[in-house]
Design a protein around this ligand. Structure first.
Ligand SMILES: Nc1ncnc2c1ncn2[C@@H]1O[C@H](COP(=O)(O)OP(=O)(O)OP(=O)(O)O)[C@@H](O)[C@H]1O
Ligand SMILES: [Mg+2]
Length: 266
């Protein structure tokens, strides 16, 4: 990387937390949503940005696919009002494209779109802005990491060896000497399978101990282990979050995660 880019100040936002992963489909959006709700339930003012420009999933997960933000014009700039759901101020490119339509922007345009979503939104006094990253280490992630002062990042992985290797790469990028994003912790999603009729049983179908291994390697903490439960996937389809799932292990995983974040950023 060349010259450090001067950081853009966001006066309405106290803390920016990135939720990142190496591999796709490991549950970033699920974790970002649940974490946002958990922080809001603890009394914080929370914003959620869906930075997955090419595959936004936050509007569907919150049941607000048809929402369209109001826009006001202030001089030459348009200012968008976030959509509020479950007490969270939400912004996503999904609000501006029709369902099923895919974006074919090249890197710089996508990077431009994400900075507009973050900077041209009329955030209302946010304590935590949670950013749901796209998978991997591309232009969008780099733009956000270079442009804004992040309080820290959470890396989501599943226990399989291939996911762990990708999580290592993503974590290494975040913490490298150019970016130096503080790690707030590792979240292991789909840590075990719990069948609905037997909520106390745990089956480690994808292996065991992977999240802790990554945490140890990077000198950070394992701040959450979320079981694989059918209801969580089903809830997302219905526009509900982890807190609508009557599964104690899921709810308590998100509560622990939010406490770990609040504690480290107090
Ligand atoms: N612990 C879990 N139990 C059951 N289903 C889950 C769990 N975590 C995630 N899912 C489901 O798995 C799918 C992928 O999760 P999610 O969209 O959160 O992953 P992602 O990492 O954001 O994916 P992408 O890389 O595509 O953005 C979703 O359908 C989600 O509802
Ligand atoms: Mg996602």
């Amino acid at each position: 990387m060349n010259q450090p880019i001067p950081k853009t100040e966001l006066p309405q936002i106290k803390h920016i937390i990135a939720v990142a992963s190496g591999k796709g489909g490991v549950g970033k959006s699920t974790v970002a949503s649940g974490l946002a709700v958990a922080l809001a339930r603890n009394g914080f003012k929370v914003g959620l940005v869906d930075a997955d420009i090419y595959g936004p999933s936050i509007p569907r997960m919150f049941g607000i696919e048809d929402a369209r933000p109001e826009v006001t014009t202030n001089g030459n700039t348009d200012l968008m009002f976030p959509i509020e759901k479950f007490g969270i101020q939400i912004m996503s490119i999904g609000f501006f494209v029709d369902k099923g339509q895919s974006l074919i922007w090249r890197g710089p345009m996508a990077a431009n779109a994400i900075t507009q979503l973050i900077e041209n939104t009329n955030w209302n006094g946010i304590d935590y802005l949670v950013i749901d990253f796209p998978p991997g280490t591309g232009d969008i992630q780099l733009t956000i990491l270079q442009k804004y002062n992040l309080t820290g990042a959470v890396v989501v992985t599943t226990p399989q060896e291939i996911a762990l290797n990708d999580a290592r790469k993503a974590t290494a990028m975040l913490t490298n000497n150019d970016l130096k994003v503080p790690l707030l912790g590792i979240v292991e999603n789909m840590a075990w399978f719990t069948p609905a009729p037997h909520p106390d049983e745990k089956y480690f179908i994808f292996g065991q101990g992977g999240g802790q291994t990554i945490a140890d390697e990077f000198g950070t903490r394992l701040i959450g282990q979320i079981p694989l439960v059918m209801e969580l996937g089903e809830a997302a389809e219905k526009g509900q979050t982890a807190f609508h799932v009557i599964n104690h292990a899921v709810v308590s995983a998100f509560e622990t995660m939010a406490s770990a974040i609040a504690e480290q950023t107090a």
